[in-house]
Design a protein around this ligand. Structure first.
Ligand SMILES: NC(=O)c1ccc[n+]([C@@H]2O[C@H](COP(=O)([O-])OP(=O)(O)OC[C@H]3O[C@@H](n4cnc5c(N)ncnc54)[C@H](OP(=O)(O)O)[C@@H]3O)[C@@H](O)[C@H]2O)c1
Length: 335
């Protein structure tokens, strides 16, 4: 089978250079050994964490090696099987990476897709996959919400943020979103029913939050870091909880810029700030999935996807995440 792969050819310094840092490679797939399956990528999830995998150095996951296929989760169709566990025609989620075909051992992490039939299969990469579980578990386990409390969410219209905000509304909280365009503001207010939504590209977030109240942010679900988060921290309440989910504003920084020190604010407001990685809550995945499926089926949670075609166009679409040009869960359709 003629395969194509996107290879990490050079570690980016700052914003990835698509001409030099990623290379398209072609090759033939090899024959299967006993216990292996050949998978055809149907959909590839593009996620902000992939930028971190391009860097060398210590993190919660090992980096992609130079010369290796870029990492990523796919929805794949099994087109040949020498495994007793999986048969030809099965649809699965697995970490095949940025390639058209891949061979995996049956002992690898492979999940058969088992969604209610009326739901799109692509939800297994989004609201009913890693981003949905991140939203549910980061919010319930780290923010520890109480009805009537106020939450601020950055990247509020995105794959994770949009779910956090809708769950918060369902749990009786007041939701303030922060996003980067007027169309995202409109979506958060009119479709997701957030109480307030601000545009950080047009508005002074510190000033706008100051108009809403004093020390009123009980929970901050931080997807972005950087200047947006510096502004939000000025408004946290006594005993507030900040969940550090992501720091996309600084993923392309070659050195982390020095910013206002939050330690004194946390001290005087007796507040907590906790980073979390969704994989450490695996024991709670069934709870998250059951709740999310129920809310989607009842229409209490809506979900937006941003799907693009073209294997050759994976890198340029990946960069949309850092420019705010994705609007919803970013997925490549590789069929
Ligand atoms: N801790 C975990 O286990 C875990 C798991 C999944 C995801 N995450 C993190 O969660 C965050 C959201 O991920 P997602 O998949 O839901 O992505 P997403 O929100 O669908 O897409 C990323 C969005 O981030 C915003 N953004 C990009 N650069 C920014 C900047 N410089 N300043 C402010 N906002 C910026 C853009 O929205 P605007 O147009 O609104 O600016 C962009 O659309 C990421 O930081 C990701 O790394 C963490």
């Amino acid at each position: 089978m003629k395969n194509e792969q996107w290879i990490l050819s050079k570690r980016p310094v700052g914003v990835p250079n698509l001409e030099t840092d990623l290379t398209l490679k072609q090759m033939e797939t090899r024959d299967l050994n006993f216990g292996e399956i050949l998978i055809e990528s149907q959909y590839l999830s593009l996620d902000p964490y992939m930028r971190g995998r391009m860097n060398a150095g210590q993190s919660y996951a090992t980096p992609v090696e130079i010369g290796a296929v870029m990492e990523g989760e796919v929805i794949g169709k099994i087109i040949e099987s020498k495994s007793k566990l999986y048969k030809k025609g099965d649809f699965i989620n697995t970490r095949l990476g940025w390639q058209k075909y891949g061979i995996v051992d049956e002992k690898s992490q492979i999940n058969k897709i088992n969604l209610p039939s009326e739901l799109p299969i692509t939800y297994s990469l989004g609201v009913l996959g890693m981003p949905g579980r991140t939203a549910y578990l980061g919010f319930t386990e780290v923010c520890k919400p109480k009805p009537g409390e106020t939450i601020v969410i950055s990247a509020a219209s995105g794959a994770v943020g949009s779910i956090v905000g809708q769950i918060a509304k369902l749990m009786g909280c007041r939701v303030i979103g922060i996003v980067g365009s007027d169309s995202k503001v409109k979506y958060c207010k009119e479709t997701l029913n957030f109480d307030i939504c601000l545009n950080y590209r047009k508005q002074d977030i510190d000033k706008e939050l100051g108009k809403i109240g004093e020390n009123f942010v009980d929970m901050y679900f931080d997807n972005v870091g950087g200047e947006v988060s510096d502004a939000v921290m000025n408004h946290i309440s006594l005993y507030s909880r900040t969940a550090i989910c992501g720091q996309i504003a600084i993923y392309n920084s070659s050195s982390i810029p020095t910013g206002p020190r939050v330690a004194r604010t946390l001290l005087t407001k007796q507040s907590t700030m906790q980073g979390f990685i969704v994989f450490n809550y695996e024991h709670k995945y069934p709870e998250a999935m059951n709740a999310l499926i129920r809310w989607i089926q009842s229409g209490e949670i809506v979900y937006r996807e941003d799907i693009h075609k073209g294997f050759n166009r994976i890198p340029e679409n990946f960069m949309k995440l850092f420019e705010g040009h994705n609007f919803g869960k970013l997925i490549m359709d590789l069929r």
